[in-house]
Design a binder for this molecule. Structure first.
Ligand code: PLP
Length: 393
């Protein structure tokens, strides 16, 4: 009677949400302290106090915080972000090619709708990848495919990438630091990727757009450097979110930045404005645009994620489990002993350990453990991981 495609999307809940809701139910039955919920990427550290102070100040002093802004967002906000990006990464970022969005999900959806024209168009992701890329790509009317995982270094398997590029490939989505592996793509990876995409764009006589999904750019450990994709490939669109870097996932604020060097950049930007308009994604939160403008460059303290990573990697490795070693984000991608991630997560669930099978991330035989939880919970969970592995002895 109504739209079947949307019905199916609405009716099929994500594995992550389902486990998360199961966890809440279990907590109410057996007690919070007996459930170890590693499902959601909901940051556990506080929003920086300067951000909270800024919100209070704006609420008290700025009468325009609740007003509409222009559809792509305040130019002053875009200018502040563009200046920060240009200075930090040594690239030119043009505020008039930026569009403020309600988080990275909207940034990706708008960008994909701006690029996709025909049902033959293909969008490629690199495994492991955020499963919603499939929903966003198919929702924009494209076919979705992915390049299988490089199980050695979790970078990009370039032979597999080349084998998947076709004249219908419109865009490749990358995500670094990566959800779910936590891996950061090296400069060498970006140089190789750029060279391949440039070659195929020339061969197919249209640009293959690189969509860099970057919500974890500032969630990094130690002195890790995350190379800025615009520096390496001219046809780049950056989709960014403050959900993770400022721990503001519920406020829904982010942006799209089209590289000034992109082929017909102005034309793609107008497509982005059109897609934003047709999807109803105009004027992202006025209050949070102003907050970002005043606090640009700030990010939350990531030390707790690093501490959790270190404890879990040490303990899981001692149990014989192989994990990707993350330089950022707040997840661990763990290979399960017999390749059956559904069974592994099912056995873990019986012990109150809630972890996500990563098959829908293009990582068959792996599970994802979200490490954005309290270190106390991580420590208390360790004996249960031991019990879990006992089941495999
Ligand atoms: N991209 C990746 C890789 C993510 O992990 C997430 C959220 O977890 C998103 C995009 C969506 O981010 P947002 O909450 O800003 O819409």
């Amino acid at each position: 009677m109504y739209n079947k495609k949307m019905y199916n999307l609405g009716a099929s809940r994500s594995v992550i949400r389902e486990l998360f809701e199961y966890g809440n139910m279990l907590k109410s039955q057996i007690g919070e302290d007996k459930v170890f919920d590693f499902t959601l990427g909901n940051p556990s550290v506080p929003t920086p106090s300067d951000v909270n102070e800024c919100i209070k100040r704006l609420v008290d002093t700025d009468l325009s915080i609740h007003a509409y802004t222009s559809a792509p967002g305040n130019l002053s906000t875009r200018k502040a972000i563009a200046d920060y990006l240009s200075t930090t990464h040594g690239v030119e970022v043009d505020p008039t090619l930026m569009y403020m969005t309600t988080g990275a999900a909207a940034a990706l959806t708008i960008t994909l709708n701006a690029i996709v024209e025909s049902p033959q168009d293909e969008i490629l992701a690199i495994a492991p990848f955020f499963p919603e890329y499939r929903v966003f790509s198919e929702g924009a009317g494209a076919k979705f495919g992915y390049v299988e995982m490089d199980e050695e270094g979790y970078q990009i398997d370039f032979d597999k990438l080349e084998a998947m590029l076709t004249p219908n490939t419109r865009a490749v989505i990358i995500n670094s630091p990566n959800n779910p592996s936590g891996i950061v793509y090296s400069e060498d990876t970006l140089i190789k990727l750029s060279s391949i995409l440039t070659r195929y764009s020339e061969q197919y006589s249209h640009p293959i757009i690189l969509i860099a999904d970057e919500p974890y750019r500032e969630v990094i450990f130690g002195d890790v450097v995350v190379p800025y994709p615009m520096k390496y490939y001219k046809d780049t669109v950056v989709c960014y979110s403050y959900s993770k870097s400022l721990c503001l996932p519920g406020e829904r604020i982010g942006y799209i930045a089209v590289s000034p060097s992109l082929t017909e950049a102005q034309s793609l930007y107008l497509c982005i404005c059109g897609a934003g308009r047709s999807l109803g994604y105009v004027c992202a939160s006025s209050l949070f645009q102003k907050v970002i403008e005043s606090t640009v460059g700030l990010h939350s303290d990531n030390s707790v994620y690093q501490q959790n990573r270190d404890i879990l990697i040490r303990e899981l490795s001692s149990l014989g489990l192989k994990c990707a070693n993350p330089d950022g984000a707040f997840y661990l991608l763990v290979k399960v002993p017999d390749g059956d991630s559904i069974e592994f997560a099912g056995k873990a669930k019986q012990l109150g350990l809630l972890i996500v099978p990563a098959d829908s991330f293009g990582a068959k035989g792996y599970v994802r453990i979200a490490t954005c939880v309290s270190t106390d919970m991580v420590r208390r969970s360790i004996p249960y991981f031991h019990q879990l592995m006992e089941m495999y002895r």
